[in-house]
Design a protein around this ligand. Structure first.
Ligand code: EPU
Length: 426
């Protein structure tokens, strides 16, 4: 279903007010679902977000023979009866994150496959690190017209792997594969995002041997299948937290963001404080209070691996910068092509110059006006929703499936703050 949103903007006024609760992190829950393949006893997860990407992951695991039972935000996954490593190609094509399943499946079943990823709206996203890593661990890779077929008949073996570029999903995938491989695997120059660190800690709690967690080098001693001993909670979504902070800075008089982990959005908090936003940081709550006449300052923003500024908040932050005083510069260093959405903000009245696929400058503040927009990906989709909420007039945001992929019932949650958003189902 291609639903759309009709959004009546606040015309630059700050009017939203209230409390919003942060859900579980998409990019953590998906990896914990994949880790269930490594477990010989059922895995129970808590704080699992009710989003489309989790639905897709559930479908894939069920098609592989796993049993997934959901009760509110708790999910129990039992993969004991799983008998194949063949991921459903159509679903995998729709959701690149399903690639994290290849590690656990190859390690457990000795074979798996994955469709060609191709380019997507945030640019070319190669999978060479996965392929090279699996080859080093003893797998053979056959490339067919449709997919990559990976085979490790006698199981995977430990290897020493250096990532030429820091990659979140490649780190997670090879770390999970190494947990069941024979011997020791060393992964160097790994991602250190909170979701990666917590995934490693979960694996250890279920019996894996991993040293160096939270550092750039992970040493994994392969062993038997895992046995989770207690339910594991999905981390609060730091991208939701950050997006709500940005919305609050732009459009709220008084906003409390609850059930979050402020330390995970420290970089954004520092930047917003420096720009002139008043934020009170409590244990698991962030509180924004806006004076009616507050003025925001421009800044230089560079996306970076954690704890740097997350690329997934670059688009919402761009909207913020359209309202900041002066000229801001934005460097997208993680993905090529993740600034393409700025064209639509320009149509809304933003003064953004795209210098090259990695670099933009923004002059502000410029009032934004309504437009008909189409959500290109999860994060730019949410940025458009924020832009429409501060614009004058009524905007239409099409293809909100991309927003539903990553944010649960966002329109209802924003409506409770006073936003005027209607979902139109086609
Ligand atoms: N890269 C390669 N070869 C590979 C893998 C990655 O060259 O084999 C490059 C990428 O092209 C990119 C860089 O490495 O230039 C870093 O990308 P990374 O692999 O870290 O991204 P990812 O693991 O595919 C995850 C999140 C993204 C998030 C990035 C960066 C998941 C499921 N996805 O992607 O989230 O933007 O890390 O933090 O965890 C989203 O949720 O909307 C999203 C895109």
């Amino acid at each position: 279903m291609r639903d759309s949103f009709n959004i009546t903007g606040l015309g630059g006024e700050r009017k939203l007010k209230g409390e919003i609760r942060v859900g579980g992190a998409k990019n953590h829950a998906l990896k914990l679902f994949a880790a269930s393949v490594l477990c010989e006893t059922p895995l129970t997860l808590e704080n699992v977000p009710a989003i489309e990407d989790i639905e897709r992951m559930t479908e894939i695991i069920e098609k592989l023979g796993g049993a997934v039972v959901r009760e509110t935000d708790q999910v129990r996954i039992d993969t004991k009866k799983m008998s194949t490593g063949e991921i459903d190609r159509d679903t995998a094509k729709k959701m690149r994150a399903s690639i994290v399943l290849t590690g656990p499946l190859l390690a457990r079943f000795g074979a798996t496959s994955f469709p060609h990823p191709g380019g997507d709206v945030i640019g070319e996203r190669p999978i060479d690190f996965f392929i090279e890593g699996f080859e080093k661990m003893g797998a053979t890779v056959e490339v067919t017209e449709q997919e990559y077929k990976l085979v490790a008949k006698n199981g995977l073996k430990g290897a020493d792997i250096f990532f030429r570029w820091i990659s979140v999903t490649a780190t997670e995938t090879l770390m999970m594969a190494a947990a069941l491989a024979k011997g020791q695997t060393t992964l160097r120059n790994v991602a250190m995002e909170p979701e990666v660190v917590d995934l490693a800690e979960f694996l250890v709690s279920a019996g894996a041997q991993i040293k160096g967690i939270g550092t750039p080098t992970l040493i994994i001693e392969g062993g038997a299948m895992l046995r989770p001993i207690k339910p594991h909670a999905v981390l609060p979504d730091r991208i939701e937290t950050g997006s709500f902070l940005i919305l609050g800075a732009l459009a709220a008089t008084d906003l409390r963001i609850t059930h979050c982990e402020p330390e995970h959005v420290r970089m954004l908090i520092e930047l917003l404080l420096r720009s002139g936003v008043e934020i009170k940081v409590e244990r698991d709550t962030l509180h924004i209070k806006n004076a009616a006449d507050c003025v925001r300052r421009a800044m230089t923003l560079k996306t970076h691996e954690y704890p740097g500024f997350p690329t997934d908040l670059q688009a919402p932050m761009m909207v913020y910068l359209t309202q900041a005083n002066g000229e801001s510069r934005v460097f997208e260093t993680v993905f090529e092509g993740r600034l393409a959405y700025t064209e639509d903000l320009v149509r809304m009245g933003a003064d953004i110059t795209l210098w090259n696929p990695h670099q933009a400058s923004v002059k502000g503040p410029t009032p934004l006006r309504s437009a008909t927009l189409e959500s290109p990906d999860i994060r730019a989709g949410l940025a458009f929703l924020i832009a429409a909420l501060i614009a004058t007039g009524t905007s239409t945001l099409e293809n909100v499936y991309h927003i539903d992929r990553g944010y649960a019932q966002i329109e209802e949650r924003f409506r409770k703050l006073g936003a005027d958003i209607k979902r139109v189902s086609k």
